[in-house]
Design a protein around this ligand. Structure first.
Ligand SMILES: [Zn+2]
Length: 247
């Protein structure tokens, strides 16, 4: 065996060891410093979460989505994560996303058990119970990011555009309708036009963020002090990519 061959084998073994130990992130994300080192640790500890800034947490969520849509998802040991979080949790963020089966936040951001709180409701609109959940997540539990995530081709958005009526769904869709009216769009304003549907979904995220700031003095106060950040994103069902607003 040539010295060069032996050297490359050693490098391969070293990579395998690093992957097994979870330290591959330090190589894959070289240059991002502390973020990369904690990215694939077994679970998020309180100390790790507490030293992250809201912007660093958003960067981690974005990186996780990049791993998802590039097919470089981490090899999760969910049972190890389950055991490690059984006695306590220190989530870094609270999400508000749609119930759509194709937009599961933990999967599309390659997250671990214990990384985020997750509120889901059709059309990702807020209400007092969701605000209460967010206030618990941030003020009492220490999460530093509130992320509202809409998605393309959203059935709830289409229902609001079409003025669909059904039992309790009518009242839910009424909360989305202001976004339909507020969407500036010169083309066909119907649920058949996906460009319009997606423009309304984006506007709906923006309005929901504004609603959260207005309806929750607790969260607005945390944000004004820089303790948390309230942010938005749109998930594209076709590409698997999340578009983080302003990022
Ligand atoms: Zn949806």
């Amino acid at each position: 065996m040539s010295a060069q061959h032996r050297h490359s084998l050693e490098a391969l073994h070293r990579r395998q060891f690093l992957r097994a130990s979870g330290a591959i992130a330090a190589m894959a994300l070289a240059g991002t410093g502390a973020l990369s080192r904690i990215a694939f640790a077994t679970v998020l500890t309180k100390a790790e979460r507490d030293k992250l800034s809201p912007d660093e947490i958003l960067a981690l969520l974005k990186k996780g989505n990049e791993r998802f849509y590039t097919g470089k998802r981490e090899n999760h040991d969910f049972l190890a994560q389950q055991r490690a979080t059984a006695e306590g949790q220190h989530p870094a963020a609270v999400l508000l996303s749609c119930i759509d089966s194709r937009a599961p936040a933990e999967t599309i951001m390659d997250l671990r058990i214990g990384d985020i709180f997750n509120c889901r409701v059709a059309g990702n609109v807020e209400n007092p119970d969701i605000l209460g959940s967010m206030e618990f997540a941030c003020k009492l539990s220490g999460a530093k990011v509130v992320l509202v995530m809409g998605h393309t081709a959203c059935g709830a958005i289409k229902g609001a555009i079409d003025n669909a009526e059904l039992g309790n769904l009518t009242g839910l869709l009424a909360k989305i309708k202001p976004a339909v009216a507020a969407t500036t769009y010169s083309g066909e304003r119907t649920s058949k036009n996906y460009a319009f549907v997606d423009a309304v979904a984006r506007k709906n995220v923006e309005l929901t963020i504004a609603d959260i700031r207005r309806e929750s003095p607790v969260l607005a106060d945390l944000e004004s002090k820089g303790a948390i950040k309230i942010a938005g994103a749109m998930y594209n069902l076709k590409t698997g990519r999340m578009d983080f607003f302003g990022a």
